[in-house]
Structure formats: structure tokens, C-alpha cells
Design a protein around this ligand. Structure first.
Ligand SMILES: [Zn+2]
Length: 425
């Protein structure tokens, strides 16, 4: 491969990604607007037309925002690579001793990305989300979140980066294998630290108060033979009115967390069914499978990077022409992660499909161990409260949605609700 061919391949991948994303966005807007005037039959009794139209407008507004996001991403990617941004940053840092030259280089890439992303993030929170009544964040909370995020990033990211740079420089021909082992260990560390150290920096967690919901949840956990270290309520309403529930942690240290926003909108049987769905992810080993899958993918990525790092066209094709820069681990790593997205974008439907299959399985588990009807009514309330569209474009959904489209998901659950109704009468 020559550098010119690799540049052409990169540009082709980038243009394909932009074209496919834009086309899917246009399809999504068209699908939502086509169905804006009528609530789909399956939801007509439960969701008012005004809420359906709000969901349509919210979906369209987010798609329009995504267009701006895509253009900014494109300019950044081309700027760092073909226009010589990374080469310039590598030149500026070239007088520093290793590994600090690469640490500062990585910091420059992160800081420029952060500064460019700042107005977009502000717009999303204080204009887009606020316009639809979802935002509850104040500017003070938003700024504090950013400061804490940067701090956590430095405390956790800097030692990781130093260790990776050291391994690339001194690990020999199999450095990528050592980096992989380090990456897996780092992810386990994050999983251990997240519930008890990281998440409490951003939110308050209080025990789920006694009552109908708690009694139902404890009975469900006992019924499924599931041990958890605690049931918590998180003050998600501090930032947004979007609701959710999740599991964190490992083994006996695992916690179950409910957003306070969810507990105020769902009735106790609905909360129980949502938790049963989450329990399904655990019982069916989805979490472990996903972790193993991501470990395999990261190993493949690192092996690919190790091979690319020995090809001069990888550097020259992406704007790094100084041979001295080609030997710097930081240049290699940053270049790889900047150039990677367009090459892996076409794999996103595979990941999304895998995730949607897990959602169906967890729903079936919930139908078996709690109530399918309660889960349907919980989901309908969540769709309405989160202004999720009920009429997505099927192709857009296939590419992006980690959860099945509302109508298909509810349809499946409805069929699970009366297992004896078909065939026996
Ligand atoms: Zn799920």
C-alpha cells in the first residue's frame, strides 16, 4: 500500500460515513414527521397526541443538532490528519523529553477536542434539552460536572497513559499484548471504583425507602436468588427529568440504582418489572458476555494498531511525514484513535443488533419473573416522559438503536403476557 492509496481509502471511508449518517438522519426525520399527526394504534389508548407530537419534535430537533455535530467531527478529523494538526502538535512538543512529549501531545488533542465540544455541549443542555422541558441543570452544576470530569480524567487517565506509553516503548514486539492486559485490568478497576468512588462525586445516593416498591423488589430478588449489596435512589432530577434504572458493580458488591425521576412516575409493580428486566441482563450473563466481547474487540484493535505502526504509509497517508514523529508512541496512538471511527462505523449495526437481542431476552425474563403487562405500562410511561419516538425509521433504528423500536418491543411483550391465550382456545 502506498501513502496516497491509504489517504484515498481514509477519505472514502470518511465520506461514506458522513453520507450514510446524513442519509439515515434524513430518513429518521421523514419517518417521524410522516407519523406526527397520529398516535400509532398500539399506543392510541395510552399516549395523548400532544405527547406524541412532542416526541416527534424532540427527535427532529436532536437529528438537526446531530448534523452540526457531524460537521464539527469531520472538520476535526481532517484537521488533525490530512491538514497536519497532529504533525504540528508533535513538532511543538518535540523538544520535551519522553514520555512527557507524548503526554503533552495527548493533552493538546484532548484540550482542543474539549474546547471545540464545549459550545455544542452547552447548546445541547441549555437550549435543546431546555426547550423540551428536560433540563434541570444549572450553569453551576454543569461547570462543576465539567471540572470533576476533568479531574477524574487526569487522576485515572494520566497513570494509564504513562503506563501505555512505557509499554509501547519498552514492551518489545508484543507490547500490544501487554497493553491489552493493562487495559483489561484498568476496566476492572473502573468497574470496582465506579459505584463507590466515582459516581458519588456527581450524584447523591440514598437507600431506597421502605414501602410497597421496596417490598416488591426484595421479594423479586429473593425469588430470583439474587444478592445485592444495596438498593439506592440517585438524585438524577438534579440534572435532567429523563429516568432510568441500572446495576453496577460485581458479585456481592453490586448495587441497584434507581433514578428518583423513575420512582416518581412509575407505580410499584412497574418499578418491579423494570428491575426484573435489569435482573434478566444479569441472570442471562449479558454483562459478562458484553465484557468478553469488548475484550476480544480491543485485542483485535491493538493487534491491528501494532501492525499499522510498522507501516510508513499509515503515517504519511494521514499527515505525519517527519520520520522522527513516526517513532513516537503518542503520535501512533493519537493518530489511530482519530482515524479509526470511519473505518469501524459500518460495524455499528452489528453491535446494535447484538444489544437489541439482549433487550428482548431481558424482557422475556421480566415477563417470566414479574409481569409483562406492568413492564409494558412502565415502558409506555418512559417513552412518553423521555419523548422517545414511537415511529422511528427502521434503517436508522437498525444502525443506532441499542433498544428495539417501541412498537416491536411492546408487541413481543404483549404476546408474552398471555402465554395460554393462543392455541388453547
Ligand atoms: Zn435492558
Amino acid at each position: 500500500m502506498t501513502a496516497a492509496w491509504f489517504t484515498a481509502l481514509f477519505v472514502a471511508a470518511l465520506l461514506t460515513m458522513i453520507a450514510v449518517q446524513s442519509w439515515l438522519g434524513v430518513r429518521q426525520i421523514a419517518s417521524v414527521q410522516r407519523h406526527r399527526d397520529r398516535v400509532p394504534d398500539a399506543f392510541a389508548a395510552r399516549i395523548p397526541l400532544a405527547a406524541h407530537q412532542k416526541a416527534a419534535d424532540y427527535t427532529v430537533a436532536r437529528q438537526r443538532f446531530a448534523r452540526v455535530d457531524r460537521v464539527v467531527d469531520l472538520v476535526m478529523t481532517v484537521g488533525w490528519t490530512l491538514l497536519g494538526g497532529l504533525a504540528l502538535a508533535a513538532t511543538v512538543t518535540s523538544t520535551l523529553p519522553a514520555p512527557w512529549n507524548d503526554v503533552v501531545l495527548t493533552a493538546i488533542v484532548a484540550i482542543v477536542g474539549g474546547i471545540v465540544g464545549l459550545p455544542l455541549s452547552w447548546w445541547r443542555t441549555f437550549v435543546l434539552e431546555a426547550r423540551f422541558g428536560f433540563n434541570r441543570t444549572t450553569l453551576a452544576v454543569w461547570l462543576a460536572d465539567m471540572a470533576k470530569g476533568i479531574l477524574v480524567g487526569i487522576v485515572l487517565g494520566l497513570p494509564l497513559l504513562l503506563a501505555v506509553l512505557w509499554l509501547v516503548a519498552h514492551g518489545g514486539g508484543l507490547w500490544w499484548l501487554w497493553v491489552w492486559a493493562l487495559w483489561i485490568a484498568f476496566q476492572v478497576l473502573i468497574l470496582l471504583l465506579y459505584p463507590t468512588v466515582i459516581a458519588p462525586l456527581f450524584n447523591k445516593f440514598s437507600p431506597l425507602p421502605a414501602g410497597d416498591a421496596r417490598a416488591r423488589i426484595e421479594a423479586l430478588l429473593a425469588r430470583c436468588g439474587f444478592a445485592a449489596r444495596g438498593l439506592f435512589v440517585m438524585d438524577g432530577s438534579k440534572r435532567s427529568s429523563h429516568g432510568n434504572a441500572y446495576f453496577v458493580g460485581f458479585g456481592r458488591a453490586r448495587r441497584i440504582v434507581f433514578f428518583d425521576t423513575l420512582l416518581t412516575t412509575l407505580a410499584p409493580p412497574e418499578v418491579e418489572s423494570v428491575l426484573a428486566h435489569e435482573l434478566g441482563h444479569y441472570a442471562l450473563k449479558h454483562i459478562v458476555k458484553t465484557l468478553v466481547w469488548s475484550a476480544v474487540v480491543s485485542l483485535a484493535m491493538l493487534a491491528l494498531l501494532a501492525w499499522l505502526s510498522r507501516q510508513p504509509w499509515f503515517y504519511t497517508g494521514l499527515g505525519i511525514t517527519d520520520p522522527a514523529q513516526m517513532t513516537r508512541p503518542g503520535v501512533m496512538l493519537n493518530l489511530f484513535f482519530i482515524a479509526l471511527p470511519p473505518f469501524v462505523f459500518l460495524l455499528s449495526p452489528v453491535t446494535a443488533m447484538y444489544s437489541r437481542r439482549h433487550e428482548f431476552e431481558a424482557d422475556a425474563f421480566a415477563a417470566q419473573n414479574a409481569s409483562a403487562d406492568a413492564l409494558v405500562s412502565a415502558l409506555v410511561k418512559m417513552y412518553e416522559d423521555n419523548a422517545s419516538t414511537l415511529t422511528p425509521d427502521p434503517l436508522h433504528s437498525a444502525f443506532y438503536d441499542s433498544h428495539p423500536p417501541a412498537a416491536i418491543r411492546i408487541g413481543r411483550l404483549a404476546s408474552l403476557a398471555q402465554p395460554y391465550a393462543s392455541g388453547t382456545t
